[in-house]
Design a protein around this ligand. Structure first.
Ligand code: IPM
Ligand code: MG
Length: 356
């Protein structure tokens, strides 16, 4: 089993280090190979996704990814910015299916920004399409406006776009996932305004007929945002496009107490996957040893389950995380009165110990 380890920037290096310690403690035979990505790769090699890093990722069974980005790169030409590394990996590896489970652990009910009764027992799965939509649609660019409200003015444009096969395959992923859960899918769209999402809704409805055992409902994205903070437990599997999924998954993260708790898996059609915390590189706290490593450790568990066929090891990691939370250990993002504040490494130590 070959794992490409791409820590990236900011807190990426600190949190991935803890996940790697956990993986190494499992008595499984892995080959781990680390490479630079994002701003770190730009600094060293002049490109956020160097050829060698991409090659390593393609050849590995799975990629463990930290985070990329820092404000200091914001003035670079877009193709050289750190974010292009993760977008390039998603595109080049065909990682179209992004799983973002939002689970509110019992011990963290008080850390959520919502009332405890709204989030206690929350367990939803956001399935975000990851290689299409306005993120990748062409054409895009900046130009002098040829028409519109202000002809001759500078303007910028992106293209929102989905093809039928792209929608079909992500819909199937969602229905299959729902079969293993409570057999309910909510498809989130904006069919009341956008052609792209009318097609989305039509195709999801068609594919839904292949899954008569799964209940399907449709929700406009604005209403979905509202329902997520009003009655999040009404959701089970949520399937949506790339941009809506980006936004809704951050909102869902806060329901769980902290975005520092949210792992993710991005899979292609051969189950090769990239595993990363849903949060970013958090340059404001980088290097301080206070970042929460649990989302990355939980991402490593997802990697064992989805790409490496080691469900028992995944269970072990998830149980260990629950145990440290039960012991009252908290990084600052999830700290509350009566619990013990710990740093990144101490949290890693505690998970290692709890693995038993
Ligand atoms: C995410 C991030 C990325 C995205 C950025 C870093 C490109 O926000 O994984 O949610 O927008 O997909
Ligand atoms: Mg995001």
């Amino acid at each position: 089993m070959k794992i490409a380890v791409l820590p990236g920037d900011g807190i990426g290096t600190e949190i991935v280090e803890q996940a790697v310690r956990v993986l190494n403690a499992l008595d499984l035979k892995f080959e781990l190979e680390t490479a630079l990505v994002g701003g770190a790769a730009y600094d060293a090699h002049g490109h956020p996704l160097p050829e060698a890093t991409l090659k390593l990722a393609k050849e590995a069974d799975a990629v463990l990814f930290g985070a990329v980005g820092d404000w200091k790169y914001d003035t670079l030409d877009r193709p050289l910015r750190p974010e292009q590394a993760i977008l390039g990996l998603r595109k080049n590896l065909g990682l179209f299916a992004n799983f973002r489970p939002a689970i509110c652990y019992e011990q963290l009910v008080g850390a959520s920004s919502l009332k405890p009764e709204l989030v206690a027992g929350l367990d939803i799965l956001i399935i975000r399409e990851l290689t299409g939509d306005i993120y990748f649609g062409q054409p895009r660019g900046r130009r002098v406006s040829p028409d519109g409200h202000f002809p001759g003015a500078e303007e910028a444009f992106d293209t929102m776009r989905y093809s039928r096969p792209e929608i079909e395959r992500i819909a199937r992923v969602a229905f299959e996932a729902a079969r293993k859960r409570s057999k309910r899918v909510t498809s989130v769209d904006k069919a009341n305004v956008l052609e792209t999402f009318q097609l989305w809704k039509d195709v999801v409805t068609e594919i839904g007929k292949e899954y008569p055992d799964v209940a399907l409902d449709h929700m406009y994205v604005d209403n979905a945002a509202m329902q997520l903070v009003k009655a999040p437990k009404k959701f089970d599997v949520v399937v949506t496009g790339n941009m809506f999924g980006d936004i809704l998954s951050d909102a869902a993260a806060m329901l769980t107490g902290s975005i520092g708790m949210l792992p993710s898996a991005s899979l292609n059609s051969s189950n090769q996957g990239l595993y990363e915390p849903s949060h970013g590189s958090a340059p404001d706290i980088a290097g301080k040893g206070v970042a929460n490593p649990l989302a990355t450790i939980l991402s490593a568990a997802m990697m064992l389950r989805f790409s490496l066929n080691q469900p028992a090891a995944a269970d072990r990691i998830e149980a260990a995380v629950q145990k440290v939370l039960a012991q009252g250990l908290r990084t600052p993002d999830i700290h509350s009165q009566g619990t013990t504040k710990v740093g990144t490494r101490e949290m890693g130590d505690a998970v290692l110990k709890a693995l038993g």
